[in-house]
Design a protein around this ligand. Sequence first.
Ligand SMILES: *Cc1c(COP(=O)(O)O)cnc(C)c1O
Length: 374
Amino acid sequence: MSFEVTSVPLLDLQAQYQPIRDEVLAAITRVCDSQRFIMGPEVEGLERELAGMLEVKEAVGVSSGTDALLAAMMALNIGAGDEVITSTYSFFATAGCVVRLGARPVLVDIDRVTYNVDPAAIAAAITPRTRAIIPVHLYGCSAEMTPILELAAKAGVAVIEDAAQAIGSRYHGRPVGGLGTIGCFSFFPSKNLGAFGDGGFVTTNDAALAHRLRLVRNHGAEPKYFHKLVGANFRLDAIQAAVLRVKLPHLAAWTEARRRNAARYRELFAPLVVKGQVELPVEPDGFYHIYNQFVIRLAERDRVKAALDARRVGTEIYYPVPFHLQECFAHLGHSKGDFPAAEDAADHTLALPIYGELTEAQQRYVVESIAQVV
Ligand SMILES: *Cc1c(COP(=O)(O)O)cnc(C)c1O
């Protein structure tokens, strides 16, 4: 039996939750019964499991993806007078964290096709004040890391991967997060591995840096009440860790489901692509895209979005305003036209539903809704 589709949400967390509901509730109950809410065995267990999956030496649970970025930069002693090169086109936290620490974000444009930071633009932006480069693996596809890592090594600066949208994504076989100096991940509920609230983690292969990250996460205390450095409370809750340990073994299958949906969109959109009416995301050779978002490009994006709203198809614009045009970054002195690829993406891209439980009928409804108006 099949039902006629009349709406498609951008994300349906219920569909993922219901099959694992009993296991999740048992895990939460386990923490409640233990009355150990801060750090402890659930967090340590999760850290080990994440490090194993991502093929890194260390994973350190933190309170959010934003705090992962802050902790990474604090562990590297980045602050006033320092420059950090990053993409002008990402979620706010990527550049917001740099400014919060008193450093200067040096923004660069993206590649028009991948939406990821352009390595040539990074090369041109390096100065003696550069302390780090933050490539973002936007939408779940790795940035072009080889040239970025080479530039960083030559300049002697750190690479902080913003992998918040890219857990399990690979670059020439290697998981992102372990390619640079530190990887930063988010467990925000809409990410591919979402907590039941906020959470995140950082990864590194450098044992000394992992130690500093653990200090930064907990007010620099070692032992308790003896403070080696000024950190913050960036701890991950045990309840979140317990929920995430239930979800983690499913992640690979959930990612494969997203990839199957992406492949199906490619088939369904093929006629519109041939006519140049829609541009689809790319997965370069040797990359493993995890499709946290499936973002398409359209000439008349706003008109298509309105039509999809009317047909009750959930969509989102990631992101309508690049960093260089944000009011709070006016002090950086940028103006419209500075980064044309990012500005074009902001005006013409749209994220479609891509979650794993999406049905073929729902995908057909999305594509037909777009075909009617382009
Ligand atoms: C989600 C996200 C973050 C921040 O993560 P939170 O857990 O929401 O703080 C940082 N960078 C990117 C690219 C993100 O998508």
